[in-house]
Design a protein around this ligand. Structure first.
Ligand SMILES: Nc1nc2c(ncn2[C@@H]2O[C@H](COP(=O)(O)OP(=O)(O)OP(=O)(O)O)[C@@H](O)[C@H]2O)c(=O)[nH]1
Ligand SMILES: [Mg+2]
Length: 280
């Protein structure tokens, strides 16, 4: 991706449009207005040179990302309960499968809950993954109450000594009121059963959607307490630059990034690795 190197190149050109071009490039790559403006100010104050530009960029990004902790939260008692939320098509179900695979390989007992009962195809998709990965799944017929499916899932997880319960949910933001009710009910059911909120409520965002992802953070944050973000589809042309304004503006840690459609294409977020990726 070599984003930081490209910025360096534009800077080194040092023509009348350089500053404007840097700002434009940063915005195109979703670094966010605040970050871009701060950096331009540094250039104007002549704190940036050909020699230090890459280091300055890296340091500025690191300073922002260091404000959040990407650690995954596990309570002392099992099951750990992770709820996945997000708009349609961002990659919730795929990310659940990837994490199920990851944790299973670490020797953990994983179970899935098909909390997206709105479409039969949604439960089916999760069931296919469960079969492939040989992991138990709790599901009910289309149109069932998601709270009831989650209740079943929690009971089953407790009785089977499951370590990690991964709960899928519907992403119909167009019916915001229903979704709000649904997610809040799921949270209540979890809290009642295990005596605490989900250990992680992970908002799944698609890196391709750019600034729209920020609007999705606002929508979902108004419904549930987001503990972390899974940023998917950081492959192809999307750079992952959106991570900067996510953390800078909302203070929510990015906990996982997904870099493809394969089951292994998930990584726990790491600042150094991310900066390396931006450097190319
Ligand atoms: N390239 C790429 N594709 C991905 C990634 N994650 C998911 N996808 C694809 O994105 C599409 C949607 O993924 P799903 O997991 O079904 O998304 P969802 O959020 O569960 O969607 P709904 O259930 O409709 O709300 C699928 O075709 C996935 O294969 C990723 O990291 N990279
Ligand atoms: Mg899904």
């Amino acid at each position: 991706m070599k984003l930081l190197k490209t910025i360096k190149k534009i800077f080194e050109k040092n023509d009348s449009n350089s500053i404007e071009n840097i700002e434009e490039f940063m915005l195109e790559n979703n670094f966010g207005v605040e970050f871009a403006e701060n950096f331009i100010e540094k250039i104007r104050e002549e704190r940036v040179t050909d020699k230090n530009i890459e280091e300055t960029l890296k340091e500025s990004i690191k300073n922002i990302l260091d404000n959040t902790d990407p650690k995954i939260h596990f309570a002392n008692s099992i099951p750990a309960v992770f709820l996945f939320v997000g708009t349609n098509g961002t990659g919730k179900t795929t990310s659940i499968a990837k994490l199920a695979h990851l944790y299973k390989n670490q020797g953990k007992k994983v179970m899935l809950v098909a909390g997206d009962t709105f479409r039969a195809a949604a439960s089916k998709q999760l069931e296919i993954w469960a079969t492939k990965l040989n992991i138990p799944i709790v599901m009910q017929k289309e149109g069932s109450d998601p709270g009831a499916v989650v209740f079943d899932g929690l009971n089953s997880a407790v009785s089977k000594n499951i370590d990690i319960l991964l709960i899928d949910s519907a992403g119909r933001v167009e019916t915001k009121k229903n979704l709000l009710k649904e997610l809040q009910k799921i949270e209540r059911v979890i809290e009642k059963k295990i005596g605490r909120k989900p250990d992680e409520t992970l908002l799944v965002l698609d890196a391709y959607t750019g600034q729209n992802g920020l609007a999705q953070i606002e929508i979902f944050s108004s419904m549930v307490n987001i503990s972390g973000i899974i940023l998917t589809k950081i492959d192809g042309s999307s750079s992952g630059g959106i991570i900067i304004p996510i953390v800078q503006k909302y203070g929510i840690p990015v906990k996982f990034i997904c870099t493809g459609e394969n089951i292994e294409d998930i990584e726990q977020f790491n600042t150094e690795a991310f900066i390396k990726m931006l450097s190319g």
